[in-house]
Design a protein. Sequence first.
Length: 390
Amino acid sequence: MSTSFARTPEQEERLRLIGQAADKMKKGAHDTDLENGFSHHHIELLREIGYPGWTVPREYGGAGISLYEFLLYQERLAQGDPAIALGMGWHLSVVFELGVKRPWSEAALERVFRSALEGGLTNRANSEKATGSPSRGGRYQTTAKRAENGGYVLNGRKTFTTLSPALDTAIVGVTLEEEGIHADFLIPMSAPGVSVDPTWNVMGMRGTGSHDLVLDNVELPEEALVFRSTQKSGPSINPYLLHVPACYLGIALAARAEALAFAADYQPNTLDRPILYAPNIGQHLSAIDLELSAARHYFYSVAARYEESDGNPDYWLAELGAVKVFAVQTALSVVDKALRITGAHGLRQDHPLQRLYRDVRFGLSNPPMEDSVMRLLHQRAIQESERTRE
């Protein structure tokens, strides 16, 4: 779709840079998927334009882009390589959140920001096989124990560590043994005892490199402990997770482009012109455009409104989740319709649509989870009803 949601010339220029990089990634994304590998060269393309540092605050020398901008660029990047887009989204969102909330010491924050400006990548490593999604409240089985020298010794295994082949540092969630509370450690991937077990072998998003991170008696100094959860807090919102629906809307846009190109080119000998002009194909294309238009306008409207709001979690926790659910539902529907246009041609192993079809399914497994969002929307409706009866 030609509609651009960029609002300033500066955003248009950055979008152009991201678009150039994304277009160069299309073939590599396909090859990486077939090989179940990792596109290191795509990371280098993004480093060349300084993308890993775009969410670093301006006071540290970064671009300090807005949330709205961040989503623009992630959606465009996903049209080229969805797996790398999703991975970069995690890095950039972590840096963004740290820059806004400043939950660590100045020294620890500066370490992450300076690394990002130099092209270094950081991601959180929280998920574990036994606990599933950390958002469900499970207790980390990865542990940190006090060492005699005053530091810590960490042991455990983390799953779904996206970008693991290219990470410079990982923010690892653990249970402090002596205190029984959750804590975060900032760990160099080069530290002795840190390794990556190549376990990622799934049907879609194969190029994210979401392998297991293994910690085997990793000795860390006191300052590696960057955050400890000393008390229970109320509900919190993470608007930077909107990078997830941005990625899946990008996949939907890529699928639309593939379907449109096929329809304009394919002409069976039973027709006097390409199937683009056939009424049944027109129904699919118009439905795709209607769904994408609604989802994207909702998506960018919410992002803009959030930036102008007070961030009240009572409202935004459900609203931001609803955006993700609606975007993923739309993307699933759009890619399905795109395959109906191409038929079996789009299911060939050498056709991008079959990969996009597999990649888009992973939106169901990225946070926030659909059942949790629906529960929040239900609770919001109940509260509204109760207020009207008071």
